[in-house]
Design a protein around this ligand. Structure first.
Ligand code: FES
Length: 132
């Protein structure tokens, strides 16, 4: 698991995928994200790009589009700051919505009951890959 060696990740990485020729690049290794933290990425699919973030909880990672269901703004002001201080929830800094890590469902805030849109990922030999 996280060994503390890879703390200098680029905050936002561009990852190119292609729905047509199936070329997919790994986002990062699971152990590069400290447990209970998240990392933002820009993922290009064909000619379009999407901002996403990946949250790690123990040995599992969850991917979501970086768009709050309240006002559809990015969740963070500071790069990679997607989590509450206690690391138990995803938080939108705009108006304080809190989301469940595993489901993306809003538990508290102006969009309570709505959910973050998932971004499909898979783990392959410790690497987090887009599952497009
Ligand atoms: S934009 Fe996220 S809570 Fe308002």
């Amino acid at each position: 698991m996280f060994d503390g060696k890879n703390k200098n990740l680029t905050a936002k990485s561009t990852v190119v995928t292609s729905a047509h020729n199936k070329q997919v690049r790994a986002l990062c290794r699971l152990d590069e994200i400290p447990n209970g933290e998240a990392r933002g990425f820009v993922v290009e699919v064909g000619a379009s790009s999407q901002e996403i973030f990946i949250v790690r909880k123990d040995k599992i990672a969850f991917g979501y589009l970086n768009s709050c269901p309240h006002a559809h703004w990015p969740l963070e002001f500071i790069e990679n700051q997607f989590m509450t201080l206690d690391k138990r929830h995803i938080q939108c800094v705009n108006h304080g919505a809190r989301f469940e890590i595993e489901t993306g469902r809003c538990l508290h805030g102006p969009c309570k009951g709505k959910s973050l849109n998932p971004f499909p990922i898979k783990l392959h030999k410790g690497w987090i890959m887009p599952a497009l």
